[in-house]
Structures are given as C-alpha cells and as structure tokens.
Design a protein around this ligand. Structure first.
Ligand SMILES: Nc1ncnc2c1ncn2[C@@H]1O[C@H](COP(=O)(O)OP(=O)(O)OP(=O)(O)O)[C@@H](O)[C@H]1O
Length: 261
C-alpha cells in the first residue's frame, strides 16, 4: 500500500488568469490527521475543490492512493474514496438521525430499500457503533431537524464516515459553534483519526490547537510553512501574513493575536 494517501505536485489553478493556487506542493501520510490553515483568500477551498475533482488543475497533479485524479469525475473520485464534509450540514431534516446514517452508508442501494428494507445485523451494529462515536445514540430515533447546530455537524461527520471513505475532507467544522460543541467536534475528529486519514480546514485557532499534530499554512495559493502548531504559531512569516503591518508588535502579543484569530 502507498504510505502517502495524498501527493500534490506543482499544483496551479487559474481562474481567468488569476492563480488561486500557485505551484503548490503537499503530501499527507495514510492515517494522518492534518490541519490546513491560512488567511482569507489563501486558497483553502480551492485546494479541497481540486482534491474532490470539482476544479481541475491548470498545471501539476493530484495523486490519491498513488493514482492521478486528472481523468476522473467528481463522482468517480468520491467512489474511489475521497469523502467531503461541507461547512453547512447537508442532512435529511425530516428523517431520524439513525436513518440519515443508514442512507449515507448504503450508497449502492436506493433510499427506499434502505428505509423500508430490512437492515442486516452487521449494518445495524455498524450504525449503532457510529451513533455512539458521534455521541448521538440517545437521539437516534429523533428527527435530525431537531438537533442543535453542533449535533447536526456531528451527524454529518458520522454520515461521511458511514460512506467508508479512505480520506475525509472536513471544511471548517466548528464555524458558528459554542465552545462546548467545538470541543466535542475536536474529540470526535481525534477519535476518528485513530482509524482514518483526515484533512481539516479551519480558521478557529483554539480548535486547531486542540486537534492538530501537523499544520500546513497556506498563503496566496502556496504552502508558506508546515510544522507543529507551536512551530507555525511562532514562525515570523505566519505572524506576518496573519497580522500584516502589525507585525511590529512584540512577538508574544502577536502570538496571542493569532490565537484569537
Ligand atoms: N471560481 C473562481 N473564480 C475566480 N476567482 C476565484 C474562484 N474561486 C476562488 N477564487 C479566488 O481564489 C482565491 C482563493 O480562494 P479560496 O476560496 O480558495 O480561498 P480560501 O482560503 O478558502 O478563503 P476563505 O478563508 O475566505 O474561504 C481568492 O482570491 C478567490 O477570490
């Protein structure tokens, strides 16, 4: 098996001549939890869009499990094992939490046969396990529409896991959440990281500190630096791009500013 789940080489993406990504190089090991941060407009969303095939490289290539994704459609890439969770939950509000997971986990079947067919013991057990993992076992038979925003985020992460992707792409999972729900999502991602490869894009530095082992900082479409959260937070280039001209502040104060960003 390829030890790199994702390898991105000299990736450039141009929109009408504007380079949203420029000669970007990136790689991630199988089983790794990686967090990508960067100021607004750094190219984070475009980066995910290229991995899922929504946007095609202008130059360079994206290898997933060693295979170049260029000729594959978005749908084929999803089937090949790339799963994405968008910022806003996309769940079935009028179905129960359990049924949302059942539908997500049975891509090959129709919605009808999933809901009214008889689930196998293995399927029921798997959904039961997932409900525990996402902390929604006590709400399994309630309507998804009645969940709090944070619970909906956890459900959608569960739905992503139910599809058994090889790589989970998670886009800003804690935007708009309370501190408690943010910590819950962090714990969930850490638990999932025991057995999954996960790439998270996030702005919330408190959250990044909770979950990150290895952080990649994007700036103007390229990788500015990589390292542990402590390393990137004290890197003068990161301080500069986050705070621009304010970088004459004492280093300790700037670090606090980054933490608060
Ligand atoms: N379809 C497009 N056409 C033209 N320009 C685009 C397009 N998509 C993105 N861009 C530009 O590319 C740059 C990178 O955008 P992107 O959304 O990837 O950044 P981001 O890091 O996700 O930003 P944010 O944190 O604000 O979501 C921005 O300057 C954006 O305006």
């Amino acid at each position: 098996m390829n030890s790199k789940i994702l390898e991105i080489e000299n990736l450039t993406v141009s929109f009408d001549g504007f380079k949203a990504l420029k000669q970007l190089n990136f790689s991630m090991d199988t089983g790794e939890l990686r967090v990508v941060i960067g100021p607004n407009g750094a190219g984070k969303t475009t980066f995910l869009d290229v991995i899922t095939g929504k946007v095609k490289p202008t130059e360079g290539r994206v290898l997933f499990k060693g295979r170049n994704l260029r000729s594959l459609s978005e749908h084929q890439i999803a089937r090949f094992g790339v799963g994405r969770k968008f910022q806003t939950p996309r769940i079935y509000l009028n179905l129960s939490v359990r049924d949302n997971l059942a539908i997500a986990g049975s891509r090959a079947k129709s919605v009808f046969s999933t809901l009214w067919g008889r689930a196998s013991t293995a399927e029921r057990r798997r959904i039961g396990g997932l409900l525990e993992t996402i902390g929604l076992a006590t709400k399994a038979d309630g309507l998804a529409g009645l969940l709090s925003h944070g619970e909906k985020q956890r459900l959608e992460i569960g739905m992503l896991v139910a599809q058994s992707p090889d790589l989970l792409l998670v886009d800003e999972p804690v935007a708009g959440l309370t501190d408690e729900e943010t910590a819950n999502i962090g714990d969930l991602l850490l638990a999932l990281a025991e057995s999954h490869s996960i790439l998270v894009i996030e702005h919330d530095m408190e959250f990044v500190r909770q979950i990150a082992r290895q952080v990649t900082v994007l700036h103007e479409g390229s990788v500015l630096c990589e390292g542990t959260i402590e390393e990137v937070q004290s890197d003068p280039r990161v301080i500069e791009v986050y705070l621009g001209q304010q970088s004459e502040m004492p280093a300790a104060a700037v670090k606090e500013e980054i933490s608060a960003t």
